[in-house]
Design a protein around this ligand. Structure first.
Ligand SMILES: NC(=O)c1ccc[n+]([C@@H]2O[C@H](COP(=O)([O-])OP(=O)(O)OC[C@H]3O[C@@H](n4cnc5c(N)ncnc54)[C@H](O)[C@@H]3O)[C@@H](O)[C@H]2O)c1
Length: 348
């Protein structure tokens, strides 16, 4: 039985607890959280032990689950890894590039397992594509969310776009060549909305839009490749594959289009989505990696690479904002810090 200690029992930490409790191979030893309100709620609801000493909790566990605000990921990871504990850490893996590099080095040195909470890798709409060959030339991404102060201690790039950066890096097996980015801070001190173009050495281009000040929610990735269009809706958990086929491959879901280059056969398929709980799946996969001594699905290297691209984007935005006039009028008139805007919690 693997012993788990949870650091941070706020919004997402409670989801983690719910899901750790569903995994037979683990037992939650206790949690650490300086918030008395959150701690009391968790003690009452789950009957878990609140530790007042971080080191004592780490010493009592095999796995440390880091669900604190982002700027505290590094110190908690450092304490746990240096004591030889396996770590599950929420995204982004750390706040700064230096911290990310240090985590990678410590994991290697301590020979422990680390997994980063890039939970969209476990979204059933993405998992449904496991048998589809993905080699996109163009990727269009939209991740829009309504405003919620939670998570805004970091920019929309590190809070939301990093999910898509990780998914794209897991699909496109090529190095990043160029990044173009623009972003605007509207309700907070860091970019709340951003548009980014990532060009890869293999010619693939990804165009990403992320907003945390939208009136509606959307989490979509569209992949365009030589012989197919693939649409993934992470929110609705649906996937669509539209494929160019040879005429002899036509089936009941095919239709024909006349072009100047002859008749083309198009087939539409919607892979079967097995509804599943992505948080449970990611925690379970981490436990399996420890038990079977296998690499984690989202390793510290993946976590670092996503951070590296995110920080390059932030640097481009800060450079472009240095020469652009600040959007003062826009701030004052259209989207205000408006108490009437319905706050909706981000789904995980
Ligand atoms: N994977 C996802 O889709 C997803 C979604 C939401 C949040 N997150 C990530 O999860 C993390 C937590 O987010 P949240 O929304 O639960 O935030 P939250 O503010 O609701 O909870 C954070 C908790 O950490 C506690 N905390 C503060 N300092 C601490 C310390 N030193 N040690 C232990 N606990 C401490 C706070 O008291 C609070 O209870 C963030 O890194 C965020 O980016 C990931």
């Amino acid at each position: 039985m693997l012993k788990v200690g949870v650091f941070g029992v706020g919004h997402l930490g409670k989801y983690h607890i719910n899901n750790w409790l569903l995994i037979p191979e683990v037992k939650i030893i206790g949690f650490f959280d300086p918030s008395n309100d959150n701690a009391k709620e968790v003690e009452a609801k789950y009957g878990l032990t609140r530790y007042m000493d971080e080191e004592a909790l780490i010493a009592a566990c095999d796995i440390i689950d880091v669900v604190t605000p982002t700027h505290l990921h590094f110190p908690v990871c450092e304490m746990a890894i240096k004591t030889g504990k396996h770590v599950f850490v929420e995204k982004p893996m750390a706040n700064t590039i230096e911290e990310g590099k240090a985590i990678m080095n410590m994991v290697k040195e301590a020979n422990v397992k680390l997994q980063v909470g890039h939970v969209e890798r476990f979204n059933p709409a993405f998992l449904a594509l496991k048998d589809v060959s993905l080699n996109p030339l163009f990727i269009e991404v939209h991740r829009l969310a309504q405003f919620n102060p939670r998570g805004t201690e970091v920019s929309v790039i590190l809070d939301l776009m990093i999910h898509d950066i990780d998914i794209i890096l897991s699909i496109v097996k090529s190095d990043v060549k160029n990044i173009y980015a623009s972003g605007v801070a509207v309700l907070t001190d860091t970019p709340d909305i951003a548009n980014v173009r990532i060009e890869f050495n293999n010619g693939c281009v990804a165009n990403l839009t992320s907003s945390r000040i939208s009136m509606k929610k959307m989490r979509k990735i569209r992949l365009f490749q030589k012989d197919a269009y693939i649409g993934i809706d992470f929110l609705e958990k649906t996937t669509e594959v539209i494929k160019l086929k040879q005429p002899e491959e036509a089936d009941a879901f095919s239709f024909e289009i006349e072009t100047h280059q002859g008749t083309k056969t198009i087939s539409i398929s919607t892979p079967v989505i097995e509804d599943s709980n992505a948080i449970l799946a990611e925690l379970k996969s981490f436990v399996d990696a420890i038990i079977n001594d296998q690499p984690t699905v989202v390793s510290e290297i993946d976590g670092y690479l996503a951070m590296e691209v995110a920080h390059q984007i932030l640097e481009k935005i800060s450079k472009s904002n240095a020469v652009l006039p600040q959007p003062a009028e826009f701030k004052d008139t259209s989207i205000k810090k408006n108490e009437d805007v319905e706050l909706d919690h981000l789904e995980n």
